[in-house]
Design a protein around this ligand. Structure first.
Ligand SMILES: Nc1ncnc2c1ncn2[C@@H]1O[C@H](COP(=O)(O)OP(=O)(O)OP(=O)(O)O)[C@@H](O)[C@H]1O
Length: 260
């Protein structure tokens, strides 16, 4: 794969700093405390998977990082720059470092596949249209859709739409890729192809991944670290071989026995 400049060879074995840090983050919806004094950090180039029961707050963390919602308390820092609280201009700068792929693809239905991918690099990064298109074609090749440049997303299968969404996220050359249950809306026969693509991206680039998934095999394959959530807190974290085979917490064991 040739995702420019972000090959594994540029990763050192011991990343020196944190790329993402959440400190004392609390998020409430009305009287519902969804995240409760949450602390965790992610090192550059690492793949961290969030697992846990429905409603435990996993998606809310990704939405906070995307600035789609704000914390009630605490700080969030990305690449040394504070995201909350911070002035608008700084938030926009930090946001450029983060790409997200959603469960429901969220493509623009009235734009071609190519335009879906080029729009943000042109509008947000100020890239020339020629450069953005060259990059988009390279990414479409990467995700196996080189022949779909001119198609409308609605003419594509769910799996193909999700591949376009992955290409669109990568087009911004993010340092961090957030993946929110990206195969949950797909027909079962399309799931493996999308997960294989993400495995390839995880293996062959140095992009940092924060991933919410119910696909435990995928989590086991790509993760450097798994965080087990329950009621807005991380109740256990560790490498996948530990969490999936010999967790410390009964709650983790109980959750895994229900989903594996
Ligand atoms: N905009 C909102 N308004 C009110 N409550 C919300 C909102 N967004 C999320 N919640 C509540 O916050 C809690 C955590 O939701 P979140 O989506 O983060 O959980 P999750 O762990 O990702 O769950 P799932 O695995 O089902 O996606 C849930 O109780 C949810 O109902």
């Amino acid at each position: 794969m040739s995702v420019e400049t972000r090959t594994k060879s540029s990763v050192t074995d011991a990343p020196s700093s944190e790329l993402i840090r959440l400190a004392g983050v609390t998020k409430r919806f009305g009287t519902n405390t969804v995240l409760d004094q949450l602390d965790f950090s992610v090192q550059p180039g690492k793949h961290v998977t969030l697992i846990g029961p429905s409603g435990s707050g996993k998606t809310t963390i990704l939405r906070l990082l995307m600035t789609l919602t704000k914390p009630d308390e605490g700080t969030i820092t990305v690449d040394g720059q504070q995201l909350f609280p911070a002035p608008e201009k700084q938030i926009r700068e930090v946001r450029k470092k983060i790409g997200m792929v959603f469960q429901q693809f969220n493509l623009f239905p009235n734009m071609s596949v190519l335009r879906n991918i080029t729009e943000a690099p042109v509008q947000v990064l100020g890239m020339s249209r020629d450069e953005a298109e060259a990059r988009a074609r390279e990414l479409l090749d990467l995700v196996g859709l080189a022949d779909k440049c001119d198609a409308r997303p609605t003419r594509l299968s769910g799996g193909q739409q999700q591949r376009v969404a992955i290409a669109r996220a990568l087009a911004m050359r993010p340092q961090v890729l957030l993946l929110d249950e990206v195969t949950s809306a797909l027909d079962p026969e399309l799931v493996a192809g999308v997960l294989d693509l993400l495995r390839d991206i995880a293996r062959s680039t140095d992009i940092t991944m924060l991933c919410v998934t119910h696909e435990m095999g995928f989590a086991r394959d790509i993760s450097d670290q798994v965080l087990m959530f329950d009621s807005g807190r991380v109740i256990e974290s560790g490498p996948p071989e530990k969490i999936f085979s010999d967790p410390d917490q009964d709650r983790t064991r109980e959750f895994l026995s229900a989903v594996l």
